[in-house]
Ligand binder design. Structure first.
Ligand SMILES: O=C(O)c1cc(=O)[nH]c(=O)n1[C@@H]1O[C@H](COP(=O)(O)O)[C@@H](O)[C@H]1O
Length: 280
């Protein structure tokens, strides 16, 4: 890969718009699509989603939810490897939603799995959790940067429980703010969009303001899940993110996937979401 992840993502977002399609093969969705909840069902589901994404101009990235493959152990991981390979062949950026985090020495192992050239699980970026401290993620950040890949560090998550940890800290100095400020440092010397991203739930954008968090200064791609099935609305996202909106990659999983299994129906759900998000 000849360009940093941030530049590749910025180009994809310019070309396709800011939609990331989550590949979340929940048992209920597989059943609704007439598929078995087993590795063969996972494989068919994933292929259909990639086919739909590659036949529209509406998807900047795909985000496979690792947990829903991991349910099936090594057989599920084999399907995830194939899925990542198909997305690579379709030229669509991938974000492995693995939410990894560990002490530095073992973080190195996760980094090699998700971010090293030649790894069967390598994606363009991986989601990380900084509960062990932002600096514990350094092996993944370093490997990502040296391999033109990226990471997305959870800062403010879309679930209601996140605030009980992420808002902690004295007035104006929350855990979430520290994470955002750390990504700002890592992206500071980059011209264009940085490769060290953040996750800010679309359902909790107002918290960023309340916590005095400067998302623009972070110069980070911002993955925003919560649109669609979790109820966040396009107009509220645009207004809430304000100036940072230009860096926001909006994820929708179930909101689009519920329209399957026909590729044509998925495509039209992607188009609808895309128009909705782009509404001025
Ligand atoms: O890291 C994520 O992607 C993530 C962070 C977060 O704060 N909230 C959140 O919902 N997610 C993921 O985004 C996807 C949301 O799926 P839907 O609610 O079906 O659109 C799931 O795979 C979640 O695990």
């Amino acid at each position: 890969m000849s360009q940093p992840f941030g530049s590749r993502l910025a180009q994809a977002m310019d070309h396709h718009g800011p939609l990331c399609l989550g590949i979340d093969p929940h048992r209920q969705l597989l059943n609704a699509w007439g598929l078995n909840d087993d590795p063969a069902g996972l494989a068919t589901f994933s292929k259909i989603v990639i086919e739909a994404a590659s036949e529209t101009t509406g998807v900047a990235a795909l985000k496979p939810q690792v947990a829903l493959y991991e349910r099936f152990g090594s057989a599920g991981f084999a399907v995830l490897e194939e899925t990542l390979q198909l997305a690579r062949e379709a030229n669509i950026l991938t974000i492995a939603d693995a939410k990894r985090g560990d002490i530095g020495s073992t973080m190195e192992g996760y980094a090699q799995a998700w971010l090293a050239d030649g790894s069967a699980l390598a994606a363009d970026a991986v989601t990380l959790t900084a509960y062990l401290g932002y600096e514990s993620l350094r092996p993944a950040i370093d490997l990502a940067l040296s391999h033109d890949r990226g990471v997305f560090v959870l800062a403010l998550t879309s679930n209601p429980e996140g605030a009980s940890v992420q808002h902690l800290g004295p007035q104006g100095d929350s855990v979430a703010k520290r994470i955002v400020d750390a990504t700002a440092q890592d992206n500071a010397t980059v011209t264009g969009l940085g490769s060290i991203g953040l996750v800010i739930g679309a359902t909790v954008i107002d918290d960023a303001k309340a916590l005095n968090i400067d998302l623009v200064r972070a110069n980070a791609p911002i993955l925003a899940p919560g649109y669609g099935a979790q109820g966040a609305q396009a107009a509220d996202m645009r207004e809430g993110f304000g100036e940072a909106w230009k860096n926001v990659l909006v994820n929708s999983s179930r909101g689009i996937l519920q329209h399957g299994p026909e590729v044509a129906d998925l495509k039209s759900a992607i188009d609808d979401a895309r128009k909705d998000i782009n509404v001025k």
